[in-house]
Design a protein around this ligand. Structure first.
Ligand SMILES: [Zn+2]
Ligand SMILES: [Zn+2]
Ligand SMILES: [Zn+2]
Length: 1023
């Protein structure tokens, strides 16, 4: 509008319309003021000064006030108020109306062009929030000029001549009171028009015409746009379609569009699609990696040297592992720190008092795979500390060694002291009793103390030496010192011929590290360090911004991370281990003049933020947005703010966010608008991949987490029968001892024939070649490549491939078979707990338990086009399998299963509560052992008549055979819960406890006459 403002020369050159002269009064007292009024403005002459004001500069019409000395006329501009007094008394009467007319006709053009601009904006573009705000601001500024004046003149004579102006201003004021609905309508009419204009493009851009939702997603263009694209809903079609639409509608040129893909492979796939569908190679998708590179290259004039670590996580791990080893080998101090960390901080200590049941405590130990230095699966932290102390003092020990004499407990088991030290001939028992003499709530104090008494009696009887330790000592921090002191007392020349046998000083740490390496503890720690390096650097973004060449990790960040951590002590120690590695890593990069990925994003971000880089992009499109990390999101936001009128279009599916462990933050998707500002969110909910039955199970499953955005996925393919099928199969017993390191070992689902059974079932259904995925949480839970090759040969119609859940993202197969569905650290959902320091550096943990594992299962299920199979050992099955069986509509009867598999709910372990009894075969035949083995050692016998499992859940006080026709029923002992056995005496038949062992102190002498057994009412069914 300013460009239209006339210059003062213009005004002077104008023929004046009329002059306002000074009042008579003024003419007497000096050189009078005159005001020359022209069509473009006013020129005021005061003495020798001339002031020019254009009508456009006047924010309101000139105002006239009568005073004793004449009229006072004021001219108000944006910047100041010009006031002139002592003007002709008649000026108001003669000129006020004319001045106002001139002001109005000079200014109304601006209102008209504003209206035209607004109409252009709203009809030729998708109305962005920022545009809306600009419109409302501009119209508000205009209305402030016009409305007071128009209102004042409403009833005057001039009103008629102002009618035209009034109408124009009225049209503008409409935008001030624009409501949500009207804004939405305006946008809708734009979309409708675009849909019409570009119909043939949308029909032809992909092999199938784009759906209505896909078309709308191409057109919608707010400042920020989030497209939630469900699995198999064709998001890549939208990325390609939108790019083509922006080019075709001339909204953007190819160099103004930035396409960001998650990985290099995804980027090149998108390039292929664009070349094929849009016949252009002027646009190519880029990764964050190459985006960062090109920003830096452009600013610095040359490509930065990128470390191999930037994209090769394995190379980085190898370097860090190597350096970690060097530290351990060369520095006694560092070695001590490592040993101290592994001794005291590797796991987060919990005592029996923290748990509600024995099983819950076993679960904690299983989930965290808590093991001593020598690898023993200890049952409590007391045992852990004792085992590690013995080891680090070079004292030979046996964990849970058989007691040297035949002493049986009530439950008929051989007494096993916690430790036996052969060199000293000493036993150690650790009791979970606190300083008040209490045990955990789920333990019966009397029974526990009775057992201790009995153990003491045994040691006395057989004259064996036993050191007793307890939780009270542990609480006071005296557990190990007490142990050492008691051991020293026993170090007599007779028992320990060599004085070197042990001392209270630990053995030098170099003698310990080999064992720690062998059992993988060092590797685990090195892997953690490697993850921490990247995450910590990413977390230090703010601190190092603008100082990327000389990064210094400051203590403030340390403090912040420690404060955010759930286990501050552990986190502090981990930092002590991390610091030298971090320094060396940074040194290594700077020595070779290289930067890694974190540096690169950081540097690029600082160039964008400081305007050293001028972004050419007006349209930023990001794929797989659910897996974006905060630093990357920050770069996207900075690029948006760096370029005028730039919009962001993010495509993702919060249901498929699976990379939190590597720094992704799903809340950037679920809380998108909070991070980026005003957003239009839309969704693609029609899936082309899987049928309605898979959609239903998958949607219901993921929706259990209320934090996931609610969506209803609809399928093109409709089927009536359930399309998720469960095969229940006992895991092969030979595989019980399978360890991770033994990768050549055959996986359970191959060993027990379950995979073959499913493949046979699939083969029977198909008559043309199809694809089958075997999917597992971890690669090592998949069949080996040799096995997969064999399967492919064996089932010629099936193209079988193994994929981890993560790797299967974005892919599909006709059938999928999901395996590895068991409990534990390498089970699924993986119960593995993240070390506190690692956790503190990740996006805030979601409150819904196993939120990310749940999304992983959603990803796995939705790879299947026709049918998903799940193989599970029900006695070791995870929560997800149990939830599928209980809450979702899945096929349970496609395959036969054994009694123990179909009735696991009837077979809980009576000792630890959370375990389930699993069928095992040993030297003496079939037995049922607790799934929390080896920590829980409870076992039960099968039915004596038919070898089937027996349940205690049907009738209290009895075990009944689960094999219906067998109908075997046996009373259990009211004193010790063991089975009773029918015996004969001269008085008749009676049931005696199976733990009867004559006069042995632990013998259970409970017995009931057969006639007195109170058989359950339904016994009529058991003749
Ligand atoms: Zn148990
Ligand atoms: Zn039976
Ligand atoms: Zn008994």
């Amino acid at each position: 509008m300013n460009s239209n403002s006339p210059t003062s020369v213009d005004i002077i050159e104008q023929q004046s319309v009329f002059n306002i002269s000074a009042s008579i009064f003024h003419r007497f007292i000096g050189i009078p003021t005159t005001i020359k009024v022209c069509s473009r403005g006013v020129v005021i002459d005061v003495e020798n000064n001339s002031t020019n004001i254009s009508w456009q500069d006047l924010t309101v019409p000139p105002s006239f006030h009568l005073s004793f000395f004449g009229q006072i006329i004021s001219f108000k501009t944006e910047k100041r108020n010009y006031v002139y007094s002592m003007l002709a008394y008649s000026a108001k009467r003669k000129y006020k109306n004319m001045c106002e007319q001139l002001w109005a006709s000079a200014n109304i053009h601006r209102v008209e062009s504003l209206l035209t601009a607004i109409e252009n904006f709203t009809t030729n573009r998708y109305l962005r929030q920022s545009t809306l705000e600009r419109i409302q601001l501009a119209s508000k500024q205009e209305l402030v000029r016009w409305l007071p004046w128009l209102n004042a003149n409403r009833s005057s004579n001039a009103a008629k001549s102002l009618a035209n102006i009034s109408i124009i201003v009225q049209r503008l004021s409409y935008y001030q009171i624009w409501n949500e609905q009207e804004i939405a309508d305006s946008r809708e009419s734009y979309i409708a028009e675009q849909l019409q204009i570009h119909k043939s493009f949308f029909d032809q851009v992909e092999s199938d015409p784009l759906t209505q939702c896909q078309r709308r997603a191409c057109i919608i263009d707010n400042d920020n746009n989030l497209l939630l694209a469900g699995a198999g809903t064709g998001k890549t079609s939208v990325m390609v379609g939108r790019t083509g639409y922006l080019l075709k509608s001339l909204q953007g040129k190819s160099e103004e569009i930035l396409l960001l893909a998650y990985g290099r492979k995804a980027a090149s796939e998108m390039d292929d699609r664009i070349r094929e569908k849009l016949s252009t190679d002027r646009i190519s998708a880029t990764t964050f990696h190459s985006l960062g590179l090109s920003i830096i290259a452009q600013v610095e004039g040359k490509k930065p040297k990128i470390s191999a670590f930037a994209e090769d996580e394995k190379a980085k791990l190898a370097w860090i592992q190597g350096y970690f080893d060097t530290l351990i080998n060369d520095s006694a101090h560092y070695r001590e720190l490592v040993v101290d960390y592994l001794t005291n901080y590797e796991y987060i200590e919990r005592s029996a008092f923290d748990f509600k049941s024995l099983g819950e405590s076993y679960q904690y130990f299983n989930d965290n795979d808590i093991r001593s230095f020598k690898g023993e699966q200890v049952r409590n932290f007391g045992q852990l500390y004792i085992a590690n102390a013995l080891f680090s003092h070079g004292i030979a020990y046996q964990y849970q060694a058989k007691y040297g004499y035949d002493v049986q407990t009530t439950a008929g088991k051989q007494y096993q002291p916690d430790f036996f030290l052969p060199e000293l001939n000493v036993y150690i028992d650790y009791h979970e009793i606190d300083h008040n003499g209490n045990t955990a709530t789920y333990i019966d104090d009397d029974t526990y103390l009775q057992r201790i008494e009995w153990q003491r009696a045994a040691h006395e009887n057989y004259n064996t030496d036993c050191i007793e330790l307890n939780y009270a000592q542990q609480q006071e921090g005296k557990l190990i010192s007490t142990l050492m002191q008691l051991l020293m007392e026993r170090k007599t020349p007779v028992q320990a011929p060599s004085n070197e046998l042990f001392s209270t000083e630990p053995i030098p740490t170099e003698f310990m590290t080999d064992t720690l390496k062998e059992n993988g503890k060092i590797t685990t720690l090195a892997t953690l360090m490697c993850q921490l390096v990247g995450l910590y650097k990413a977390a230090c973004l703010e601190i190092s911004l603008g100082n990327t060449s000389n990064r210094r990790f400051n203590n403030a960040k340390h403090e912040e991370v420690i404060a955010a951590s759930l286990a501050p002590k552990q986190t502090t120690r981990a930092f002590t281990l991390l610091n030298p590695i971090l320094t060396a890593y940074e040194q290594h990069l700077s020595n070779s003049g290289e930067i890694d990925f974190e540096d690169m994003i950081n540097k690029a971000l600082s160039y964008v933020k400081t305007d050293k880089f001028k972004s050419p992009w007006r349209y930023i499109m990001v794929d797989e947005f659910q897996d974006i990390s905060e630093p990357r999101a920050r770069l996207v936001k900075a690029l948006r703010d760096n370029k005028k009128e730039c919009s962001i279009f993010a495509v993702g599916d919060d249901w498929q966010a699976i990379y939190r462990f590597s720094g992704a933050d799903v809340s950037l998707t679920t809380q998108f608008a909070r991070y980026f500002g005003a957003t239009t969110q839309s969704a693609l909910m029609q899936t082309f991949r899987f049928n309605n039955q898979i959609a239903k199970v998958a949607t219901d499953f993921i929706s259990k987490n209320p934090a996931q955005i609610s969506k209803s996925i609809s399928s093109i393919k409709q089927v009536d029968a359930p399309a998720v099928s469960l095969l229940k199969r006992e895991s092969s017993q030979n595989n019980m001892a399978k360890t991770m390191s033994n990768k050549t070992m055959i996986i359970d689902e191959m060993a027990n024939g379950a995979i073959d059974e499913v493949l046979t079932a699939i083969s029977a259904k198909v008559c043309k070649p199809i694809t089958v995925y075997l999917l597992a949480r971890f690669w090592f839970l998949l069949p080996t490549s040799i096995d997969i090759k064999r399967l492919n040969n064996q089932y010629p119609l099936l193209a079988i491939e193994g994929q981890s859940f993560h790797a299967s993202k974005g892919k599909e197969a006709d059938y999928v078979i999901i395996i590895g569905m068991k409990k534990g650290i390498h089970g699924f959902p993986s119960a593995k707990t993240t070390p506190a320091i690692h956790e503190a550096l990740l996006a805030k943990e979601e409150s819904f338990k196993y939120a990310e594992e749940r999304r992983l299962f959603y990803v796995a299920l939705t790879r299947a086009k026709d049918r998903a199979y799940i193989i599970a050992d029900m006695s070791d099955s995870n929560n997800f399998v149990q939830e599928l069986v209980n809450d979702h509509h899945i096929e349970l009867n496609e395959f036969d299963s054994t009694t123990s598999q179909s009735s696991v709910a009837d077979l809980p372990c009576m000792v630890c509560d959370t375990g389930l009894l699993k069928k095992r075969t040993g030297r003496f035949g079939t037995f049922y052992a607790c799934s929390n083995s080896p920590r829980c050692q409870h076992k039960e016998k099968p039915c004596a008549n038919c070898d089937s499992p027996m349940t205690r859940k049907r009738y209290p006080g009895f075990k009944t055979c689960l094999n219906q026709p067998c109908k075997n029923i046996v009373p259990t002992c009211v004193q010790c819960n063991a089975e009773m056995v029918l015996r004969k005496s001269n008085k008749g038949e009676f049931w005696g406890c199976q733990n009867y062992r004559g006069n042995d102190p632990m013998s259970c002498k409970n017995s009931v006459d057969n006639a007195n057994i109170n058989w359950p009412e339904l016994i009529t069914e058991y003749p």
